[in-house]
Design a protein around this ligand. Structure first.
Ligand code: NAD
Ligand code: ZN
Length: 368
């Protein structure tokens, strides 16, 4: 599939097809001047995919220089931002050049941010290798690093010139990472596409088992949804793009409580966060209980956490909502919160009181 992202002034395509990494040279050729390109990746991705990508670039007469960074969230740092920008300059990258980000969201965010600064903005090509990066972070142009003050608080909007999402990349991804990325796929169904949520219920297990057609369909539907939302609200000024944060306020609090560690991956926090958003919507009389339990059942069936008690956290509602207090959207004791009127009917509620959320979380912890 080819999904256009119609950003005013900077449109680009997301191509989704098995075998794209092995054909990367052919797809990148029109975006690369001369016979040289700079590629940023991490150690794990390099071990699995460097040979394939390097070979396919070489077959098109493109020599590649590689910056291989450590794997992991801590790579999104000031130090690596400086290192990457300096390295790109050493490679002689010019404004009209495009550099390649081969990896998950960490490499995409860091490389995209470096590309936004080098020569005040050079081109970059996203080659996302995790499900999360393919369905979410590689599309939309948000780039960022983490700082002492928190995650993703320093960054830039910088759109890629091309995105190549190869479902075969997921063959080497640890299954837990694939499941975590799958939470973001389910998210698009819950936001505004009940039919796609039903497809997930029927075919999500095929995707997780590695079935090619299911992977491609899920990635294409997700990218279509994300492309539609970001094209309508590129810089998050209209509140549309906020819909993409369904499950993320609860999820972020859970991630913060577990120290942003391997105990709870981002997608796992989002999965449980969506279940909590659904159940909180029931508490508010917005959504019916069966629909919320349908969400919980699918999250559990996908091998993702669907109950807060099962996380075995030593926390209560007050402690968890304290993490929400730092939210940049917080306003006088209330927080704009994504709630649901039903599956595929997410909206931004502006009147949610943190004290009520805390009471809800205590009840959730007690229900076991
Ligand atoms: P990641 O990039 O850390 O990748 C997860 C792990 O999988 C890493 O260890 C990586 O080395 C490994 N890996 C990646 N691809 C592989 C492959 N094909 N085979 C084997 N191993 C592979 O994490 P992620 O989940 O892709 O991305 C998370 C990041 O994305 C976070 O920093 C988050 O803030 C960011 N993000 C950004 C946006 C955005 O809009 N820019 C949206 C969502 C998330
Ligand atoms: Zn997310």
């Amino acid at each position: 599939a080819v999904i256009p992202v119609n950003i005013a002034g900077a449109p680009y395509e997301v191509r989704i097809e098995a075998g794209l990494l092995a054909a990367a040279g052919k797809h990148c050729r029109p975006f690369i001047r001369g016979g040289k390109v700079a590629v940023v990746t991490d150690e794990r991705v390099a071990a699995a995919w460097r040979e394939t990508v390097e070979g396919s670039l070489a077959a098109e007469g493109i020599a590649s220089e590689w910056l291989v960074l450590p794997a992991g969230e801590s790579t999104k740092s000031w130090e690596n931002l400086a290192r990457t920008a300096e390295w790109l300059l050493e490679q002689g990258v010019e404004r009209k050049d495009s550099v390649i980000a081969l990896g998950g969201g960490v490499i995409g965010d860091l490389t995209g941010f470096a590309a936004s600064m080098v020569k005040r903005g050079c081109g970059f090509i996203q080659m996302p290798t995790t499900l999360l990066a393919q369905v979410d972070s590689s599309v939309g142009g948000k780039t960022a690093i983490n700082t002492a003050a928190g995650k993703n608080l320093v960054g830039a909007f910088h759109q890629p010139v091309l995105v190549l999402a190869d479902p075969l990349a997921l063959d080497t991804l640890p299954p837990r990472e694939t499941r975590a990325g799958y939470a973001e796929v389910v998210k698009y169904g819950l936001i505004d596409d009940a039919e796609f949520f039903a497809w997930c219920e029927a075919h999500g297990s095929d995707l997780l088992a590695g079935e090619a057609a299911a992977r491609e369909h899920a990635i294409a539907k997700s990218v279509e949804a994300k492309a539609r939302i970001v094209a309508a609200d590129e810089k998050e000024t209209l509140g549309l793009r906020a819909l993409l944060n369904l499950g993320h306020t609860f999820g972020h609090a859970l991630e913060a409580e577990t120290g942003f560690s391997d105990r709870l991956l981002h997608g796992e926090g989002v999965a449980l966060g969506m279940v909590l958003a659904a159940r909180y919507s029931v508490r508010r009389g917005l959504m019916n209980g069966q629909d919320a339990e349908r969400v919980a059942a699918h999250i559990a069936a996908a091998g993702l956490p669907a109950s807060i008690a099962a996380l075995g956290m030593d926390a209560d509602g007050a402690k968890l909502t304290a993490h929400m207090l730092h939210d940049k959207k917080m306003d006088a004791g209330t927080l704009p919160f994504l709630l649901m009127r039903g599956i595929g009917e997410t909206f931004l509620a502006k009147d949610v009181e943190l004290a009520d959320v805390a009471a809800f979380l205590d009840a959730e912890l007690a229900r076991g």
